[in-house]
Design a binder for this molecule. Structure first.
Ligand code: DGY
Length: 326
């Protein structure tokens, strides 16, 4: 039996599973994240931690949790956790890949289509009673999606799922950047690996699918955006800080790119001042990539399965640092 602390609301099912596995669970059933000081107090005696992407698990937290053996993040991204520092302290860390891949790719495509066909603007137009007559060339002219070029920045699991939707569903030509060699899925789609400047130069839609790392932070600045076509769209469902929001706002205002769709923000839950008031060709959502009931339940189940395995001395299915620890 281990002491497990669950930082935020994850639903009763996951907590029940942890209790059935014999663990002593303290469940903070709240939807607001704790302050750093509160988190540091709460983890002092914990051996297992279940946390969300809004919980920053840094050295200040790890240093006051001498009994901590494992951290199970309920997210695929883990930039909220200092994994190298956890590894140094012998603490296992896991994430929740796979279960959210298709759901997040659906959302990326939903945003892409909503932006290209200006659905939020059209919705607001209708509700404001502005639809008075059919026009051949209405103010809300959109962009074609089918047959265009889709640039995937980061051909990991989610990037590949977005690419598949573009190539097979919309006949798009797919370009991508990736650290690894050509993946089987890229090959089957006829996708072409190119440099980032080349991808930016050619793509009509650029989908960001990289994790947040020191290398990808502010990968998209005014300089990067200027390399895109003035008719191109940027879609970010990865992590907000990959895009410098101030620069994006400038790019939108000055027509450097056609539009943007953002599910993630530089300083969530805030948006850069100015961006929230900017409505034209900008679609925004509150980090909903994996937000379907089914997928969020699977994410919790995955995190809990990982934690139970790790606390039992087994390698969790989605351990991020098991090799370094062994
Ligand atoms: C993740 O899992 O990293 C997603 O951003 C959460 O929706």
């Amino acid at each position: 039996m281990a002491k497990v602390f669950v930082t935020q609301h994850i639903g009763e099912a996951g907590v029940q599973t942890l209790r059935e596995a014999g663990h002593d669970v303290i469940y903070r059933n709240e939807t607001e994240p704790m302050t750093p000081a509160e988190l540091q107090t709460a983890v002092r005696s914990a051996e297992g931690l279940v946390c969300l992407l809004t919980d920053r698990v840094d050295t200040a937290v790890l240093d006051v949790a001498p009994n901590l053996k494992m951290i199970a993040n309920v997210a695929v991204g883990y930039d909220n956790i200092d994994v190298p520092a956890a590894t140094e302290r012998g603490i296992l860390v896991s994430n929740t890949p796979d279960v959210l891949t298709e759901t997040t790719a659906d959302h990326a495509f939903a945003l892409l289509l909503a932006l290209a066909r200006r659905i939020p603007e059209a919705d607001a137009f209708m509700r404001a009673g502005k639809y008075e007559k059919f026009e051949m060339f209405p103010p809300l002219l959109g962009l074609d999606v089918y047959g265009k070029t889709l640039g995937i920045v980061g051909m990991g699991r989610i990037g590949a799922a977005v690419a598949r939707r573009g190539a097979l569903g919309f006949g798009m030509k797919v370009l991508y950047t990736a650290n690894s060699e050509k993946t089987a899925v890229a090959q089957s789609l006829g996708a072409q690996k190119v440099s980032l400047p080349e991808l930016l130069r050619q793509s009509d839609f650029v989908s960001i699918n990289v994790p947040l790392t020191p290398e990808t932070r502010h990968l998209f600045t005014l300089d990067t955006l200027r390399q895109m076509k003035p008719t191109a769209c940027l879609i970010n469902t990865a992590r907000g800080p990959v895009v410098k929001e101030d620069d994006l706002l400038t790019a939108l205002r000055e027509g450097i790119i056609w539009g943007a769709a953002l599910d993630v923000f530089e300083a969530e839950p805030q948006m850069t001042p100015g961006l929230a008031d900017y409505h034209e060709r900008l679609v925004v959502a509150p980090h909903l990539g994996s937000a379907t009931g089914e997928t969020r339940e699977k994410m919790v189940e995955t995190a809990v399965t990982n934690l139970i395995a790790g606390l039992a001395g087994n390698t969790p299915p989605n351990a991020l640092n098991a090799e370094q620890l062994s």
